[in-house]
Design a protein around this ligand. Structure first.
Ligand SMILES: CC(C)(COP(=O)(O)OP(=O)(O)OC[C@H]1O[C@@H](n2cnc3c(N)ncnc32)[C@H](O)[C@@H]1O)[C@@H](O)C(=O)NCCC(=O)NCCS
Ligand SMILES: Nc1ncnc2c1ncn2[C@@H]1O[C@H](COP(=O)(O)OP(=O)(O)OP(=O)(O)O)[C@@H](O)[C@H]1O
Length: 282
């Protein structure tokens, strides 16, 4: 009986981690304005997907984040996390008719959810630094080894062509943009303004100003990345979301990104990861 109760408690914990991951991705989706990105208001710079495509994808991924947290609880090797990640990508593509809505999030939030599972099962804290430490201690070597054998992708080509730090490299470097940019912006702006919406927009722009977003490199080359970075920096320097005209300024960049077919999808993933990590350690 005790054994059964323990299993029940463990699955409740992984369910809760999984629910927070899906909630974070949902919060990113419904945020507006987000330069070039899909939201409930419009499709941004995307002609092959809309908010419904993202919601279908999220629905298909509910179980994945719980499963990967469970795998983390059992200290599964990276090969098992990768198997779950690849199966989740397949389910995402089936749900969206072949469109990549959440590939970056499956990887990045998947790893963080596994680390959360590992730590919670051992009574360890879920502070962000510790979570990232667990990703690297448990799976860092295997992530690095798997990188060599990974199939070709837009991201890989951009990493090679521009010597950029793509999704895999961000994880291996200890998620520096998440830890040093996205989370502090989220926390500091919320402390200052008491508004979750503006804290998220500020965090997104702070990430856009810094990340080697391979989605931007793929769509717009070095000029596309520089365009978004320069305008994100200008938004922040003009006071960011604390400026009275912040919404109008964010909308100007949104429309400029649509006109140039630019979308900072990697930055959106880092924002969702920050919302997720913060929800584990409020
Ligand atoms: C490592 C992944 C993300 C592939 O990345 P890669 O850069 O090669 O390819 P791709 O062009 O598909 O980009 C992936 C996505 O990452 C996001 N992204 C882009 N730039 C960045 C960045 N600098 N930092 C973080 N995320 C980024 C974007 O959403 C982008 O769409 C991943 O898809 C993968 O390895 N999949 C195989 C399944 C797997 O191993 N899963 C692991 C489960 S934990
Ligand atoms: N709200 C959002 N709107 C658009 N993209 C997002 C959003 N949130 C996250 N993303 C990320 O952006 C990526 C989708 O961007 P994009 O369509 O440019 O990529 P692609 O399918 O690799 O390339 P392309 O369609 O340009 O050939 C997804 O991996 C997804 O994780």
């Amino acid at each position: 009986m005790r054994h059964v109760r323990e299993i029940g408690a463990a699955s409740r914990l992984s369910l809760s981690i999984g629910q927070r991951a899906v909630a974070a991705l949902h919060q990113e989706l419904v945020l507006y304005p987000k330069p070039g990105l899909v939201s409930l208001v419009d499709n941004g710079a995307h002609d092959d997907m809309d908010a419904v495509t993202f919601l279908r994808s999220l629905f298909a991924l509910r179980r994945y984040f719980q499963d990967i947290a469970d795998a983390g609880m059992g200290a599964a090797p990276f090969s098992e996390l990768q198997r779950l990640g690849i199966a989740a990508e397949t389910r995402m593509l089936k749900a969206t008719g072949g469109i990549n809505t959440h590939r970056g999030a499956i990887f990045c939030i998947g790893l963080l959810a596994a680390a959360a599972g590992f730590r919670v099962a051992r009574g360890l804290s879920l502070v962000p630094d510790a979570l990232v430490g667990t990703v690297l201690d448990q799976w860092g070597d295997a992530i690095a080894a798997a990188a060599g054998a990974a199939p070709a992708s837009h991201g890989r080509r951009m990493v090679a062509r521009f010597r950029a730090r793509g999704a895999r490299e961000e994880a291996l470097a200890g998620f520096p943009t998440l830890m040093e940019v996205a989370l502090p912006a989220l926390k500091d702006t919320f402390a200052l303004l008491g508004c979750a919406e503006r804290a998220r927009v500020q965090s997104l722009f702070a990430v856009m100003a810094r990340l080697d977003d391979t989605n931007l490199l793929h769509r717009g080359g070095a000029d596309g990345l520089a365009f978004v970075r320069t305008h994100a920096v200008a938004f922040l320097e003009a006071g960011g979301v604390a400026a009275p005209d912040w919404r109008a300024r964010a909308l100007v960049l949104h429309h400029a990104c649509i006109a140039r077919h630019l979308s900072p999808g990697g930055s959106a993933d880092i924002l969702a990861a920050a919302i997720f990590v913060q929800s584990l350690d409020p």
